[in-house]
Ligand binder design. Structure first.
Ligand code: SF4
Length: 360
């Protein structure tokens, strides 16, 4: 057995778990706080860098624990500073995550699964099939590896901030199909890393029973819904989970979510020419989401070698105008990293070990 199978991987430990681990080593409770500071706040990657820990304690840590077995194997930066990280996990699988620079603020986009079995045909990850769920440690560590790059000055040209301030679960995978691990990772990112709960957004393709479960949680999570169409047959094609959880039901549960939690949801709407981008589509969307406390985010499609393409800019603006006239806050998401590989899953697909594409 190797170290990753036998030693605790600390980036996946909540505060109570860390305290229990420290107690089991018969160390003083304040050690847990010290360790937490180094790992989660400073994104330290080596015990020997933890300068205020005694040599003896560092030695104990070295022998009995791992901060993390994950490593960055590739980064790609586009002209706007958006940087994709390809991360190798302990079993040789890889995931990608992205640091997005927006008005000199840093947002981390993290993955929740290796691949995805929702199978949206316009999505690079959807084209790659599903491998497995990520553990809380593997989710949290995407953030920590990106924060370590920030600490090393990788983004100094693009921002004056030395912290990543927001997290979105919009990378590879359907977060609500890896529910427990995602919620545990959010717990760690919120309580130990210090990212405000309102600055963490879970994006879902519409797994209705899990949205209902999320509503029952004691904390109010920010939710984004990958809507892409309100026309049932178009959505069946674009987001195949729609065949199981229909758009009508999804909008009903979303409405209840906003009423129960008091939180505004974001509707993500990837614009695909000839599928969902006409003025009639905009009017249908405005009608379907009327009265839901929401924000609409229009995304110009970033081609991933599929049959889809983005509509012309004028068409996107006209679509936006219909929604704005109907009173919705609506933005057009800048396509970060367009000159590189901006769609989720693309960096992983291009790495040598992945045999692709396999449509599921
Ligand atoms: S768009 Fe999201 S839900 Fe759909 S296949 Fe891609 S990762 Fe999965």
């Amino acid at each position: 057995m190797n170290d990753t199978q036998t030693k605790p991987i600390l980036v996946g430990y909540t505060r109570p778990e860390l305290e229990a681990l420290i107690a089991s080593w018969e160390e003083k409770p304040f050690r847990a706080r010290q360790l937490e500071k180094w790992i989660f706040e400073k994104a330290a990657r080596r015990f020997e860098d933890m300068s205020d820990l005694s040599k003896l304690f560092r030695q104990k840590l070295q022998e009995n624990a791992l901060i993390s077995p994950h490593e960055v194997i590739q980064t790609t930066t586009s002209s706007d500073g958006t940087t994709k990280f390809l991360i190798r996990l302990s079993d040789g699988q890889s995931v990608e995550c992205v640091t997005i620079v927006q008005e000199r603020r840093l947002t981390a986009c993290v993955s929740s699964q290796v691949g995805c079995n929702v199978g949206c045909p316009f999505c690079a990850t959807g084209l790659s099939g599903f491998r497995r769920n990520l553990t809380p440690a593997e989710i949290v560590d995407q953030f920590l590896l990106m924060q370590a790059a920030v600490n090393a000055g990788a983004f100094s040209e693009y921002t004056d901030n030395d912290r990543i301030s927001n997290i979105v679960f919009m990378g590879m995978g359907e977060p609500l199909l890896n529910y427990d691990a995602v919620l545990k990772s959010i717990e760690i990112l919120n309580r130990q890393v210090g990212i405000g709960i309102r600055r963490i957004t879970i994006s879902t393709s519409g797994v209705i029973p899990r949205i209902e479960r999320l509503m029952q949680e004691p904390r109010d999570y920010s939710l984004a819904i990958s809507l892409h169409s309100v026309n049932p047959s178009v959505r069946d094609e674009l987001v195949p989970i729609n065949k199981k959880y229909t758009v009508d039901e999804l909008l009903k549960v979303t409405r209840r979510y906003t009423e129960t939690t008091g939180r505004r949801v974001t509707f993500e709407y990837t614009m695909l020419e000839g599928y969902n981008s006409s003025l009639q589509d905009a009017e249908a969307l405005a009608k379907a989401i009327k009265g839901i406390h929401c924000h609409v985010n229009l995304i110009a499609y970033n081609p991933v070698g599929s049959k889809f393409q983005a509509p012309p800019r004028a068409e996107i603006l006209a679509f936006q105008n219909v929604l704005a006239q109907a009173g919705f806050p609506v933005t057009i998401r800048q396509n970060h990293g367009q000159d590189d590989m901006a769609a989720c899953g693309q960096l992983r697909i291009q790495s040598a070990e992945i045999p692709l594409p396999t449509v599921i």
